[in-house]
Design a protein around this ligand. Structure first.
Ligand code: TRP
Length: 333
């Protein structure tokens, strides 16, 4: 008999708290697409995490659907991976409650993201914001994920997930796979065009390119990108953060190496370089934007994808949840 090796499992998610950006594409989704053949992948739209800060309901609903359309337009294939909306699988909330009873107040108090967000939203520091990492642990552990592709800023949450899983396993016996953060070394870290010391972020719309931006808008943002007073198109993160960021984006968009890109623009000014980066991004984004737009017009298809995704997700999640409920001593339904 053929001995098929079990594929490793991957779980990740993005909050529909804003429009997807070039940073989310180059730093995360592009990488998710590359993983879908080699791994068993579960990708989520984490709307329950999004409401840890106040959202406009109509915008949240629209963005969750758009995000699904954009996931697919970026190349995630609903035949190859599970694509679903977090609130469609009630097991996340159920496991989150149980795991919260195995998480220390002190651990959650130490989370950097909580400290930052509670400063940003000082008038609305909710219990949900505080227990956000427990819900994230539930997301990951329900699917017995081996690897969790995330940015560096989420490493602490994945570490906490491991700690919670290890603690639970210690008390009740092997229940959860211990997940690992999977931070690709080569994953392009895209910085703000206006403020290249900071990560590209939707909270800074001029320095940020959105997946759905029109070509003119993209070109305008690149023409205005902050560079430096030299003239050289050289990669030097320390002294030339703006130019280095543009080079990173250019290489990620065209598949060229840094050396090739530097050679291409040798002796040319930023007046040539910046629009060329804009053009490359426009061409990269064009088919994605057009396909996402087309999919947004096909609500029946999107509905069929998220329904099917929710069903498959629930089936996997329920296996874990039932085991956990039995182990902690709940009466079987
Ligand atoms: N907290 C993550 C972020 O803001 C989003 C997220 C929620 C997530 N649940 C997850 C990422 C599970 C990976 C796995 O980026």
């Amino acid at each position: 008999m053929e001995n098929q090796v079990q594929k490793k499992r991957i779980f990740s998610g993005i909050q529909p708290s804003g429009e997807l950006t070039l940073g989310s594409y180059m730093g995360a989704i592009k990488n998710w697409v590359a993983l879908q053949d080699e791994y068993e992948c579960v990708y989520c739209i984490v709307d329950m995490h999004a409401i840890t800060v106040r959202q406009n309901p109509a915008d949240l609903r629209r963005r969750a659907l758009e995000q699904l359309a954009q996931y697919i337009a970026c190349g995630l294939d609903p035949q190859k991976c599970i694509l679903f909306i977090q609130s469609h699988a009630p097991q996340h909330a159920e496991l989150s409650w149980i795991l919260g009873c195995y998480t220390q107040f002190g651990e959650l108090s130490r989370m950097t993201q909580f400290k930052q967000k509670s400063q940003q939203h000082a008038d609305n520091i909710t219990a949900g914001l505080f227990t956000y990492p427990v819900l994230m642990a539930a997301d990951i552990l329900l699917y017995q994920a081996d690897l969790v592709p995330v940015g560096e800023d989420q490493r602490q949450h994945v570490e906490l997930t491991r700690d919670i899983a290890q603690r639970f396993n210690g008390v009740y016996g092997e229940t959860f796979v211990l997940p690992e953060a999977f931070i690709p070394k080569m994953g392009a870290r895209v910085m703000s065009l206006g403020n290249p010391e900071n990560k590209m972020s939707k909270s800074d719309p001029e320095g940020c390119v959105f997946i759905m931006d029109q070509p003119e808008v993209i070109q305008r943002k690149f023409k205005r990108a902050v560079t430096d007073s030299e003239m050289a198109v050289k990669f030097d993160k320390e002294n030339k953060p703006g130019v280095s960021n543009l080079l990173t984006i250019y290489c990620a968009a065209t598949g060229k190496t840094l050396e090739e890109a530097e050679a291409e623009f040798a002796g040319q000014g930023y007046g040539v370089f910046k629009p060329a980066v804009g053009e490359a991004v426009i061409e990269l984004m064009r088919p994605i934007r057009e396909e996402a737009q087309r999919l947004m017009g096909d609500k029946a298809y999107l509905e069929s994808v998220y329904r099917d995704g929710a069903q498959r997700a629930q089936r996997m999640a329920q296996k874990t949840l039932s085991k956990v409920q039995r182990k902690v001593g709940f009466v079987a339904r």
